[in-house]
Design a protein around this ligand. Sequence first.
Ligand code: DSN
Length: 426
Amino acid sequence: MKTSETMLDSRESALRQMDPAVADLVQAELRRQQDNLELIASENFTPRAVLEAVGSVLTNKYAEGYPNARYYGGCEVVDEVESLAIDRARALFGAEHVNVQPHAGSQANHAAYFAALEHGDTVLAMKLEHGGHLTHGLKSNFSGREYTFHHYGLDEKTGRIDYDRVRELARQVRPRMIVAGASAYPREIDFATFHEICREVDAVLMVDMAHIAGLVAAGVHQSPFPFTEWVTSTTHKTLGGPRGGVVFCRERDAAALDKAIFPGLQGGPLMHVIAGKAVCFHLATREEFRERQRRTVANAAAMAAALLEGGMQLVSGGTDNHLMLVDLKESELTGKDAEDLLAKAGITANKNPVPGDHRPPAVASGIRLGTPAITTRGFQPSEAAEVGRIVAEVLRGGASEERLGELRARTCELAEAHPIYERLGE
Ligand code: DSN
């Protein structure tokens, strides 16, 4: 038998034939996603169309450079793919320029800093333990090593960004850049106020909208675009596309950004993922997508209300967006305990530090819950409220193994009512 018949053109599932161990693991992960309720706020289920693009032959192509200016031959097709992704991303967000090549959110942020700043420049961003991001200046991250970060946080009474404090800090440290955007902030972010503060201190504004990109695209959250020089994002959170990153900027910074990404930080772009991004930007123009983003927020509000009724404390007392943070500082249950117990009830979530946390980050006193994935699988607010009641019962503590089993059966029923990827793995 010719190699091409076995390796490139097998009639059955090539993965199952060639590597049953990995095939089994893919199948097991599919089943885990189908059977559990995914409440990790940064995850989602990407459409079959995106899975197909990402699993396509575009993975074979080297295309260092940019459309019509590559360092390899044979790029005429991938040039069109990347140009489509670029045109669609710009149109979706009303942006002047975009680079769709960053491999992930960290690379997107790295690129924006690399293009906009000099090594050692001062940056003001949100504290990790108040909902910020690793690449917003954590000491052990490249960002904290390459730049001089200072941090603002939340008002511990209201659980909201204290914009007066941000202004005060900005006047003190005179940053070259202020970063707005978070990975665990349940409230709308006021980009207009960040813009005003930046103007007062002559700083540029960078918005990391990774978490809320879908909400922004659907007009459900204030758009950062009128107010910022730089916007970074991932494409797999509320946006629901493939795992990857993007950076937007003004036309005047376009050359600096493109040079920062290639050859500055990356080599060959992942053309199969860029095709997935193009599909995602296309699907995000549909009314169906906008309805889903509105329902993501409505589901979060319903879940938050059920948690509050169930006696839970929420950072800031609720949510405006797709996520909420249960505050367990007063509870004997740690964030880690909560994550483990929720898993027994068929719910996947992640422990998260909360403002004023007295526990170390690997244990933490919070649990972050988000609604993008359950909304994509079709949940309505009444069902999100039911999930909130189950979570509250688990987090009140004291549920026996038997009771956790009963709750598991309830989450299973909810999952079965909204099946996903039914034809995958056949
Ligand atoms: N790791 C992503 C998240 O879960 O929010 C970005 O920080």
